[in-house]
Design a protein around this ligand. Structure first.
Ligand code: PRX
Length: 663
């Protein structure tokens, strides 16, 4: 019975799940030629025997000012890694390479959307990070203070992160696509002392007015004392005397060298806000020592980075992928990284492939949504460019459907390049489940992230916390601590405990559905909670509903995700209106604009339906599953039994009302 109960309902299937019930095994000749196949599982089993020893060896690859006294202090669910060890993130990412031939190696190859190019060597980055670290010191930033960063994808963004960590300040990057309201919430929660921003950035040929957004946010951010503004676009922006200062003006008087602050391994390197199941974003706190050890090791194992590589992770640094695998992972490993500021199809859909050809990119790491967008434009774009430099491909952020996987493999990778499907989360700090070519590539199956990385004890549990049988959907859990894991939620350890460690006793609850096949491969099947993945971006339904009801016309709102062939999922809104307001296309448009203003363009609803009532159980809980099924136009089937508090009549009526709303 349990097995049936845990199986995906027909209505919940999406394009990605379809083929998964019968996963095809694609044993790639190519993998076998390049990497020793099947060596991996042996190494993995060995890593489970003495995980602390295993991580201790990895930690020795970094430079510590003082070695740790203890590898792990584990007071479930609070982990401290490399306790007593002293380290600096910026030192490990930059100073360390100055002692080697990498000093003048390209660290960052940057391309702006309008076409400018900049190459910064490790020595260049070191100089800039030092100068900016001194600027922060002169603005009064001290070890432990928080620094907000709201910037376009330009070199000064990683420079700001490196500079902050050099002086032991904890940075919090806010994605530049977020609105002023979202920025204010994050700066206030973090109690940021300084904000680093730019006049603007470029997106699809247009200027995004970051300074203007920042000014709006700062009207309600009393902790922010100073704002450093980098001149990116050069358009005129308002300046507040005494508070605002241009980047160039402050660094011109900077010292050339700032001593890196030696922090204890568990000093917080950064806070990154992410969406959860309530309206308030969670401030995920990452450590310094454990986090760096984890991203450095996983960067090597999964992407097999070598000195001759040109590595391009297309993520924005506003998300965790950018923190771990655009900035810290590559720099710790002395890799050459490509960074592109703008839209993937600007000025035409060949832009990415042109970049791969121009810089001879060897490793490409991107999202399924990006791939599906590019597939739509047709094969002629990738075929126009020489992509033969590529040798390894990666995906992240959402399940990849077999069709996108095969296109990536054949059209982009020319059938030569293994694909690493990497599963992880903001909270995990780094990749947990993925092929690891450096350690031995296992045969790939399109749509499966394969096996957990060394020491990671991942499993799939049923509702009751028992291991689910193979080929049965359940909840993905991690049963032991790892160095990259979040330390806590900022200022809210109770919520940390409750969200991640209370669903099942003593194990980390990921919030994801997954299943294991007969060979133990993991198949990720989407979120099991009220979190949506829209074009790979993580959004909470409650957060979206809060934004909607903050509009004067809306009485109640229910937000659900509907499967989408390109974005994975899109936002569908059902709303009831207050007295005096009536449904109209204009009002729907106004609500769309309103959500964009409150959260940002990534949260734009795809569909808005006005209804007379939302389906609720007798106790007043919104019946989300009914709404979701209606939005997806799926069979409602036996959904009534899922909501035992709701009568069949209630559910039927709710469906009729919703369907009428959609008509
Ligand atoms: O649902 C999983 C999905 O993305 C969620 C984490 O989102 P975020 O914290 O924004 O981090 C994204 C980048 C690491 C997960 O709970 N997810 C991530 N990677 C995969 C994935 N789903 C399927 N396959 C993946 N490879």
């Amino acid at each position: 019975m349990q097995r049936d109960a845990a199986k995906p309902k027909k209505s919940e299937k999406n394009i990605n799940v379809e083929k998964r019930e019968n996963p095809m095994s694609l044993s790639l000749d190519v993998s076998a030629k390049i990497y020793p196949v099947n060596r991996y599982l042996e190494l993995y089993s060995r890593s489970l025997e003495e995980p602390e020893k295993f991580w201790e060896e990895q930690a020795r690859e970094l430079d510590w000012f003082k070695s740790w006294d203890k590898v792990l202090e584990w007071n479930t669910p609070f982990a401290k890694w490399f306790v007593g060890g002293r380290i600096n993130a910026c030192y490990n990412a930059l100073d360390r390479h100055l002692k080697s031939w990498r000093k003048n190696k390209a660290a960052l190859i940057w391309e702006g959307e309008p076409g400018e190019r900049r190459v910064l060597t490790y020595h260049d980055l070191y100089r800039e990070a030092n100068r900016f670290a001194d600027a922060l010191l002169r603005l009064g930033v001290k070890t432990g203070d928080r620094v907000g960063i709201y910037m376009p994808l330009i070199p000064e963004l990683p420079i700001s992160m490196l500079a902050a960590s050099r002086i032991g300040a904890t940075f919090t990057v806010v994605f530049s696509g977020f609105s002023s309201g979202a920025l204010a919430d994050r700066l206030n929660d973090a109690e940021a002392k300084v904000l680093i921003t730019a006049d603007g950035g470029y997106r699809r040929g247009r200027i995004v007015n970051l300074k203007e957004n920042a000014d709006k946010a700062l009207a309600s951010c009393p902790t922010v004392e100073h704002v450093v503004v980098y001149r990116r676009t050069g358009h005129s922006v308002p300046f507040k005397e005494g508070r605002d200062i241009w980047w160039d003006d402050i660094v011109k008087d900077s010292r050339k060298y700032v001593e890196p602050v030696s922090v204890e391994s568990n000093h917080p390197l950064y806070i990154l806000y992410t969406s959860g199941t309530t309206g308030k974003p969670k401030g995920v706190v990452h450590s310094t020592g454990g986090y760096l050890v984890y991203v450095s090791a996983t960067q090597k194992w999964v992407f097999d980075v070598r000195d001759e590589d040109v590595y391009w992770c297309t993520a924005d640094i506003g998300w965790v992928t950018g923190h771990s695998y655009v900035v810290y992972g590559p720099f710790l490993n002395g890799v050459t990284t490509v960074m592109y500021e703008g839209a993937l199809d600007y000025p035409n859909p060949g832009r990415w492939w042109e970049i791969v050809e121009r810089y001879g990119v060897t490793i490409l790491y991107t999202t399924p949504t990006a791939l599906r967008t590019l597939i739509k434009y047709g094969d002629e774009y990738p075929k126009k460019y020489d992509l033969s430099s590529l040798r390894l491909l990666g995906t992240v952020g959402e399940p990849i459907n077999p069709a996108a996987w095969e296109w990536y493999f054949n059209v982009v990778g020319g059938g030569r390049c293994p694909i690493v499907d990497t599963w992880w989360q903001t909270e995990t700090g780094g990749i947990l489940i993925s092929p690891a070519p450096r350690l031995g590539l296992v045969p790939l199956k399109p749509g499966s992230a394969t096996y957990p990385l060394p020491t990671i004890m991942a499993d799939v549990y049923d509702e009751k916390g028992r291991p689910a049988p193979s080929m049965t959907r359940g909840y993905l859990v991690i049963k032991n601590p790892w160095p990259g894991m979040l330390q806590t939620l900022f200022k809210d350890p109770q919520r940390y405990q409750q969200v991640y460690w209370s669903r099942f006793e003593g194990v980390y609850y990921t919030g994801d559905y997954a299943m294991k096949d007969e060979e133990g491969y993991f198949w990720l099947l989407g979120r099991a909670d009220e979190v949506l993945k829209v074009a790979g971006h993580r959004l909470g339904t409650i957060e979206l509903e809060d934004a909607l009801v903050s509009h004067q016309a809306v009485a109640e709102a229910a937000v659900v995700g509907r499967p989408d062939a390109v974005k994975g999922e899109v936002i569908v809104v059902f709303a009831t209106l207050r007295q005096g307001y009536s449904p109209s296309p204009q009002l729907a448009q106004e609500l769309r604009e309103h959500v964009r203003r409150v959260i940002g363009p990534i949260a734009t609803p795809e569909e808005i339906h006005f209804v007379h009532m939302l389906p609720k159980t007798r106790s007043g809980k919104i019946m989300r599953r009914v709404i979701k099924a209606v939005a997806s136009q799926a069979e409602i089937g036996d959904i009534t039994t899922l909501e035992d508090e709701a009568s069949v009549e209630e559910v039927k009526k709710a469906i009729e009302t919703l369907r009428a709303g959609m008509a």
